[in-house]
Write a protein that binds this ligand. Structure first.
Ligand SMILES: Cc1cc2nc3c(=O)[nH]c(=O)nc-3n(C[C@H](O)[C@H](O)[C@H](O)COP(=O)(O)O)c2cc1C
Length: 170
C-alpha cells in the first residue's frame, strides 16, 4: 500500500514520535510511506471562490504548499492524520490542509485511514474526532485505527510499540 501521513505538528516532538513509530512498522510490513510535514508548510485557508469547481477543473487558485499535498493525497491507499491537540482540535496548519482538500473533494483512491493525536490532558479530542469521523463519513474511507496519547504517555516505549504493532499489521 501507499500511505500518506499528514503531520500537523509544527515541531519535531510528541506527534512526530507517534508518526515515526507508525512509519517504522508500516515500512517493515512492506508499505511505502510518505510523511508530509503540513505543520511546517505555508497553506492558506480556502477562499471559497469555487475556482476549483469551475474554471480551475480541480486546481486551486491559490499557489502555495498545498500543491505538494494534493498529489500525495490523490495517490495514496491509506491516509493518516497526525496532530497535536490545540484547543480541542487539530492544528490550524493541518486543518487548512484538510479544508483545502475541497478542490478535489475526496482522496481518489484511499480506502483506509488512521489518526494519531497527542495532547497534554485527557478527554480533549472531541474536535479532532469530529473532523476525522466527518471526513470518513463524507469520503466512505474506513477507519483502521485511532491512537491518542496524553501526558505522561507521550513519547513512551509502550506508545511506540502500540503504534508500531498496528502499522506492522496493516
Ligand atoms: C497552541 C496550543 C494549544 C494547545 N491546546 C491543548 C489543548 O486544548 N488540550 C491539551 O490537552 N493540550 C493542548 N496543547 C498541548 C499539546 O497538545 C501537547 O503538548 C502535544 O503533546 C504537543 O505535540 P507536539 O510535541 O507534536 O507539538 C496545546 C499546545 C499548544 C502549543
Amino acid at each position: 500500500m501507499k500511505i500518506t501521513v499528514l503531520n500537523g505538528s509544527p515541531r519535531k516532538m510528541n506527534t512526530t514520535f507517534m508518526v515515526d513509530a507508525f512509519v517504522k512498522g508500516a515500512e517493515e510490513a512492506g508499505h511505502t510511506v510518505e510523511v508530509i510535514q503540513v505543520g511546517k508548510m505555508k497553506i492558506a485557508g480556502c477562499l471559497a471562490c469555487e475556482y476549483c469547481h469551475g474554471k480551475g477543473e480541480g486546481q486551486c487558485v491559490q499557489k502555495d504548499d498545498m500543491e505538494k499535498v494534493i498529489p500525495a493525497l490523490q495517490d495514496c491507499d491509506m491516509l493518516v492524520f497526525a496532530s497535536p491537540i490545540y484547543y480541542f482540535g487539530m492544528t490550524a496548519q493541518i486543518s487548512a490542509a484538510i479544508q483545502r482538500m475541497y478542490s478535489v473533494l475526496k482522496p481518489a483512491k484511499a480506502t483506509k485511514a488512521a489518526i494519531l493525536l497527542s495532547s497534554l490532558s485527557p478527554n480533549v479530542y472531541v474536535g479532532a474526532f469530529g473532523t476525522y469521523k466527518g471526513i470518513l463519513g463524507f469520503t466512505g474511507i474506513e477507519d483502521a485505527g485511532i491512537f491518542t496519547a496524553k501526558d505522561p504517555e507521550n513519547s513512551t516505549e509502550d506508545l511506540a510499540k502500540t503504534i508500531y504493532d498496528f502499522a506492522k499489521g496493516l
